[in-house]
Design a protein around this ligand. Structure first.
Ligand code: KE4
Length: 431
């Protein structure tokens, strides 16, 4: 496969962009080799600048649930653009977006638009701290909530030790206020609440994880966290930036049957434009400026372009009969085929799927249910599988610790081609 133009482009990009990319995972560092530069995308396919076409399971990391360049989304953007791209003033589309989000996710009574998932989680945490008048937050190893300082914290030695910065530039003072627990280990959360009684403002988690690969919470874990937050006066924040409108119309909270106090959103609600949102009980949200004392603002929050693309996308998800059933069937077909490949070749790997999110974990383990299971994966094997897939026209996440996404635009033929090419890749890996 010729990727000469991408190679040249990368040499050029690194001259003036750190690592040649505007987001680290795009550099392909964990899978090796140079990244491919995308020129265009349509439906479930992306085409690189060397004219190679790939079946896409990255989907811009989640937003492209309808497929790329959906004609209705493109038309909505065109119609919005000719009326002006940004006003910095209220527009009717923002009210329509808020009403639709509240209708689709009943736990949200009031919602604030922002411009990224990071902004959504940062703001939700500030609101939780302002509302509870407490400082500490519990997060989980393996969960990613964007690059806000309070979230780039690794567990101190022993779950009860205060956090330590996971990146230079984060102060010890900030790290001190973040406690880290273990996903699917309820005791690790209960212990922290006992140790830091009445000091914890919130617990934040990915209700189905995508950022350590796809891991589903146990009922005991997620129900136990809900109870622990309620019993201790802490807010439960579901970070649904990835799972919102992805794993179900009502997000992960719909399939888990849990009502969080706050939810963060992003990705799909922008239809591919920069967007984020956070929302929840009106009584909590009314603590936000200009109503209340908790400050948060944004020049382009709720801008017409993101609202146009996001509203068009969400309305299709909301009003298309059987959308999620069809999407789930596509993902189930793909994963069943990939699983059959592994079984037929007796290849050591585990596939986790929730709705149209999935991860193939290259591991000797029989299950992957938590961060320590994930850490046992053979990332070198994943890197080889990724590269063989790419060379056969399949574009999956350039990291073992990510989710793959099926869109409604993936046809049976695309899915079968993916299964067939994956089988050939696994055969080569077995040699
Ligand atoms: P952004 O700031 O990247 O819009 O959203 C941060 C974020 C927050 N919460 C969850 C659950 C997320 O998955 C994300 C971002 N997801 C990554 C994919 N693992 C974005 C890809 C990237 O970092 O380039």
């Amino acid at each position: 496969m010729n990727t000469q133009n991408s190679k040249e482009a990368y040499k050029q990009a690194v001259k003036h962009i750190p690592g040649g990319v505007n987001s680290p995972v795009r550099a392909f560092n964990s899978v090796g080799g140079d990244p491919i530069f995308i020129e265009s995308a349509k439906g479930c396919k992306v085409t690189d600048i060397d004219k190679n076409e790939y079946i896409d399971y990255v989907g811009s990391w989640g937003p492209m649930i309808l497929g790329h360049s959906h004609p209705d989304v493109v038309e909505a953007l065109h119609q919005a653009a000719i009326k002006g791209t940004s006003f910095g003033a209220p527009t009717l589309m923002e009210t329509e977006m808020a009403e639709l989000i509240c209708e689709m996710i009943p736990s949200i009574e009031s919602v604030r638009m922002v411009n990224s998932g990071t902004e959504a989680t940062m703001s939700a945490l500030r609101l939780a701290r302002g509302y509870t008048q407490r400082d500490l937050v519990i997060k989980f190893e393996g969960c990613y909530h964007g690059h806000g300082d309070s979230f780039l914290i690794k567990a101190g030695s022993g779950a009860l030790t205060l956090g330590t910065p996971n990146s230079p530039g984060i102060t010890k003072g900030t790290a001190r206020d973040t406690l880290t627990a273990s996903y699917n280990n309820l005791d690790s959360v209960v212990q922290l609440f006992a140790e830091y009684k009445d000091q914890i403002a919130a617990v934040i988690l990915e209700p189905v994880t995508g950022n350590m690969g796809v891991v589903r919470p146990t009922d005991e874990f997620i129900q136990g966290i809900r109870k622990a937050c309620t019993d201790n006066g802490a807010l439960l924040i579901f970070d649904e930036v990835m799972t919102g409108f992805r794993v179900a119309k009502g997000g992960a909270q719909e399939i888990l049957g849990i009502t969080p106090d706050l939810t963060t959103l992003g990705k799909i609600i922008g239809g591919g434009l920069p967007v984020g949102a956070y929302g929840g009980k009106k009584e909590i949200m009314d603590h936000l400026a200009p109503n209340g004392p908790v400050y948060q603002a944004g020049t382009l929050s709720g801008n017409p372009m993101a609202m146009a693309a996001g509203l068009t996308t969400l309305k299709k998800l909301h009003h298309t009969e059987g959308f999620y059933e069809e999407l789930g069937e596509k993902a189930a077909f793909l994963v069943a085929g990939l699983q059959k490949n592994l079984d037929d070749l007796n290849f050591p790997a585990v596939i986790n799927r929730v709705g149209s999110m999935f991860t193939v974990f290259f591991t000797e383990e029989k299950e992957v249910n938590n961060f320590s299971d994930v850490m046992k994966c053979d990332t070198d094997m994943y890197a080889k599988y990724f590269r063989l897939g790419l060379e056969s026209g399949i574009y999956t996440a350039p990291s073992q610790f990510e989710a793959g996404f099926v869109s409604i635009a993936h046809t049976q033929e695309d899915l079968q081609t993916t299964i067939d090419n994956s089988y050939k890749a696994l055969q080569q890996l077995k040699q």
